[in-house]
Ligand binder design. Structure first.
Ligand SMILES: O=C(O)c1ccccc1NCC(=O)[C@H](O)[C@H](O)COP(=O)(O)O
Length: 214
């Protein structure tokens, strides 16, 4: 069954909907310019309130974070996976993985076939890829922009690690996205919000039902 990550959770209602609907991963954004950002203390309180039974994996999303920030966040929040969503090089991914002992999920922006060439450089040093749209012109965030990319690019070569498809997914298009790409997992943020940065529990439930039923 398709793995589902609900990203940018920042309140209990969203987290409850994600857990109740069977999300495999929940993402906390540790990037202050994002409207979805949480502090480590807030993420720790949200994570602590989740029942342990059937709890999704907790993913911490960072953008070019230094070791000090990663260490301080991990001290406060029990994160299972580190999502690196900036310009982190393969060497940086390897260093983070070795130093912090957590699986690393590297986000890559995909717009052309050439972007997929990067997969081979990262594959030996990451545990999973998140293949996302590149930020559209004028966007101020490296992700979470509700932008879709050309899914057919992903059918032209094998992806050398487990991966999640991201970028502009919604309850209405996620089943088609899974069918078109064969993605083993999907990730969503904007498509389950009622306003930028505000998650909608009903949309989270609908997304999970559509992705898990695909
Ligand atoms: O969501 C954010 O605010 C964000 C900020 C900075 C870097 C990455 C960010 N999100 C990354 C995600 O994992 C999103 O879920 C992914 O880009 C898909 O977003 P969307 O197209 O909005 O579903």
């Amino acid at each position: 069954m398709t793995l589902v990550k609900i990203c940018g959770l920042n309140d209990a209602a969203g987290l409850d909907a994600a857990r109740a609907g069977g999300a495999d991963m929940v993402g906390f954004v540790f990037f202050p310019p994002s409207p979805r950002a949480v502090t480590p203390a807030r993420a720790a309180a949200l994570a602590a309130a989740m029942p342990a039974e059937g709890a999704p994996l907790r993913v911490g999303l960072f953008v070019d974070a230094g070791d000090k920030e990663l260490a301080a966040t991990l001290e406060a929040v029990p994160l299972d996976i580190l999502q690196l969503h900036g310009e982190e090089t393969p060497e940086r991914c390897a260093a983070v993985r070795a130093r912090f002992g957590r699986p690393v999920m590297k986000a890559l922006g995909i717009a052309t076939e050439a972007d997929l060439a990067l997969l081979d450089a990262y594959a030996p040093v990451v545990d999973r890829f998140l293949l996302d749209a590149k930020p559209p012109p004028g966007a101020t965030l490296p992700g979470g922009n509700a932008a879709v990319f050309d899914w057919s690019l992903l059918t032209r070569r094998a992806i050398p690690r487990p991966w999640l498809l991201a970028g502009g997914l919604t309850p209405g298009n996620v089943a088609e996205a899974i069918r078109a790409t064969g993605a083993p997992g999907v990730d969503v943020s904007s498509g389950v919000e009622r306003a930028r940065g505000v998650k909608d529990p009903a949309r989270i439930a609908a997304f999970l039902a559509a992705a898990k039923g695909a």
